[in-house]
Write a protein of this length. Sequence first.
Length: 256
Amino acid sequence: MKRIILRLCLAVLILLILAILGISLFLDGAVKRGIEMVGPRLTKTPMQLNNVSLSILSGSGSIKGLVVGNPEGFKSPEAIRVGNASLLLQPGSLLTRKIVIKSIKVEAPEITFEYGFGGGNNLGKIRSNVQSQSQAETNAAAPSTTKQGKNLEVDDFLITGAKVQVSLTQLGGQPFPVRLPDIHLTDLGRGPEGITPAELLHLVLSELETAALKVANNGIGDFSKGASALTQDLGKSGTNTIGTLKKSLGDLFKKK
């Protein structure tokens, strides 16, 4: 009898382990598919993701190889590249309407901050796309018949070690590097309703754009110093081009 009970317990344990592994693999794939499907619809840009790993026991996870392309009209091939991001969530919240994420840490992302023709920048355009698409979907949905998706609570969101390349479409997208200070957000969606993924994305893009504008403004001085060497090669037309760009950039920063 003891042997039978022991074998039954062992069989149950093995089945439980297999079930957990199966759910984890399913969850990883579901999160990856969700990002790849919802992301491009909101940003109106190409998006690629290499891998998602999430443990339903510990709640820890990682996202690797996320690339967000640039909107139409910009020369640079991509806006954001994230090699690695880690997160920690409450596993039990996966079964509720609001997923509670204790922390998200994005390490050393590579960001291209490009000014386009006629003003504006790529991060601002992506942010605007997210806002307009989210609003359009909200207006098109019928509250009485639409199934609500899961909202989020993010207690701590950190972007650290970001590398930013400031690029000018008028010069063919040739970048110059600047440093971006850490971006630290807390208590996002702490209320009972939480925040939607679109609202979280919009907020993070807004913070990135604001921080990039500040450091780019500081880098304009270095850009102006290098302009004199450039105009020697471009001649008179180059001088006019640099002057126009400097005035446009100055007007842009005044607006912000």
